[in-house]
Write a protein that binds this ligand. Sequence first.
Ligand code: ZN
Length: 495
Amino acid sequence: MHEHPTTPSRIERLIHSPAVRSTYASLLAHVLILIGLALLLIPSLEKPRPRPLVIAMADAESIDMVAGAAAGGDVGTEEIVVPLTTEPVPPVDDATAVDPPIVPVTDPVAIVPDAPEADQRPRTEPIHAIAASLAPQPRPGSVATGRSPFEGRRGPTRGKGLLERGGSAASEDAVERGLAWLARHQAIDGSWRFDLSGCRCDGGCRDPGTVASTTASTGIALLPFLGAGHTHVDGAYRETVTRGIYYLMSRMQPTPRGGDLGEGTMYGHGVATLALAEAFGMTHDQALTKYVRDAVRFIETSQDLHGGGWRYLPGQPGDTTVTAWQLAAVKSAGIAGIAIPSPTIDGVVRFLDRVQVRGGEAYGYQAPQPRPCTSAIGLLCRLYTAWPNEATIDRGLAALAKGGPDPDAIYLNFYLSQALLQRDHPLWQRWNARNRDQLVARQAARGHETGSWFLTDQDTAPGGRLAHTALAVLTLEVYYRLLPIYSPDAVAGGW
Ligand SMILES: [Zn+2]
């Protein structure tokens, strides 16, 4: 029906809602944090080697084939309830099968046929559809204001958030350079790979990663674009984002328990789901609805019913990092209007209760044995689940931030920045100024690496330059991507 005028204005209004934005921001932050945590946590177990990321995102089989078979291999007999597209998923490496340039970049609106039939559309159709024809789905609760949580990522609002929350002209320039590097390193099939394969880098950048999951890498790479307001519907990177989102959609594996995006690890599933949920929340593109819903369902059915968390494989007793990813994804989907059953969130709270120490000031990985990273993640999760003990959270954050940001602890800093800003913590301003300037100063400025990051963090090395760059950009986007999660709307409309 018509036209852009309607959609944009609605979206804009939605975006203006601090609550919505904060929630999404939180989700993104969480996701990132989770990744970081996963990397950090796992790595910290084995000091000399960068195992964390690898472990976190490695294929399930390589981690625990036995457990995998036991936990996730028994779904064959279940009735298929998932409304997933039954079409076979195109092989990843088969560029031709993946509907290459599906991207109707030139005119997203024109492509939009009948919104109602979005779910039945063949895979080859552009995912943008919606844009104009879809009326933003009013989210129960916080969306009542008609605003979107993502509003702050664009235009004047973005600039305002940047300045008010501690960003700088230099950090914004760094974000732009980082996005440009990411765009240059997108593979031909629309994915991003931790090992930088499939793109035009061709060895031009050092420090490639080794993690195999292409959904994890693609999801992580997409988040910085979404964080800066670039979607598959509009923005200078519309085509880039479109190809990335389409790639993720093509990788979803239908299962009786939902759509699996993990490529063998729940880390990948959480990150990919978060990216799709954000894109959906920002555009209300109905072509994404089913994918987000199915991915969320997979998260729900993969939760450890006893402990309440998630780990590499469905049903395994959880760990803080993987759990945080799922929480961020689910929270983001909830903000976008996808119904999230309360038992899922109750499980997260149960898990946090089990790994916390000092009354909730610090958190462990799988047990109450706190590390800085897991503590930062746990505190963020507390914020997202609207934990009422704010004083406890602030004490925990103070303990983590009082020493100032370690220049190389990119994951920890990513998480901490989100939590400190959300709480408007007394240490935020000083901590942020240092962390921000350190990050900007460490951005590569020569050759093909220009705009990227790779810090000397052994624990996160498996993610390589791609992961570090994505996390660094996300950290520098915190000023407008993240909003106070404790705002009344965010809390009320949360789940
Ligand atoms: Zn390169």
